[in-house]
Ligand binder design. Structure first.
Ligand code: FE2
Ligand code: FE2
Length: 193
């Protein structure tokens, strides 16, 4: 799926469903961070008109997802918990190239975003297929479709704006790195847990 090297064990969905308040809170912050990340990319690359427009739409959509999740939290009588450190995302951030050319850093920022979209999409798929709550099944199915589109957008922009990066080669490196990294996860009730 989306080139990912390792698919999530479906039993992770049972762990997630056993603590909905935690997974929903964590999920809300993932959406907030996705919106913030899109805004950061826009801020750093204003010269790319198409990117500015498309990522503005994504930022709005991600904040819409944040709103949907906090509404569910409220409806169910849960509390939005404080944001926690996302170890998985921090490891991906460390893998990102920051020391090369400006274009290399830009392309890697897009691939970093594509990577998180791909794994989030896969996790939403596992939730939609395995949890028992009918409302959340549908909710996660819809989000899976949306994040798959974001994945495509980020990857296509990397291909469009590359100057000195072999995007297919670098994307393969990302997939290999993530495939190893994700082996240490899949046991906690977080979206990337
Ligand atoms: Fe989202
Ligand atoms: Fe997304």
């Amino acid at each position: 799926m989306l080139g990912l090297k390792l698919l999530t064990d479906p039993r992770w969905a049972n762990i997630a469903e056993s603590n909905l308040e935690e997974i929903l809170s964590d999920h809300a912050w993932c959406e907030q961070k996705a919106a913030s990340n899109a805004i950061t990319i826009i801020t750093q690359n204003p010269e790319h008109e198409e990117l500015v427009h498309e990522l503005t739409a994504i930022a709005i959509e991600e904040l819409g997802h944040f709103k949907m999740v906090i509404d569910i939290i409220k409806e169910r009588g849960y509390t939005l918990r404080r944001e926690r450190k996302d170890d998985y995302v921090n490891q991906l951030l460390k893998f990102s190239k920051k020391d090369g050319s400006r274009n290399q850093a830009f392309i890697d920022r897009l691939l970093f975003a594509a990577m998180i979209e791909a794994r989030s999409c896969e996790r939403f798929r596992v939730l939609s297929q395995n949890i028992k709550d009918d409302f959340l099944k549908k909710f996660y199915y819809d989000l899976m479709v949306s994040e798959a589109n974001h994945y495509t957008t980020f990857l296509n922009f990397a291909r469009k704006y590359t100057i000195d990066v072999d995007v297919d080669k670098r994307w393969k490196e990302w997939l290999d790195f993530e495939g190893e990294l994700i082996k240490s996860y899949g046991t906690k009730e977080y979206i990337h847990g």
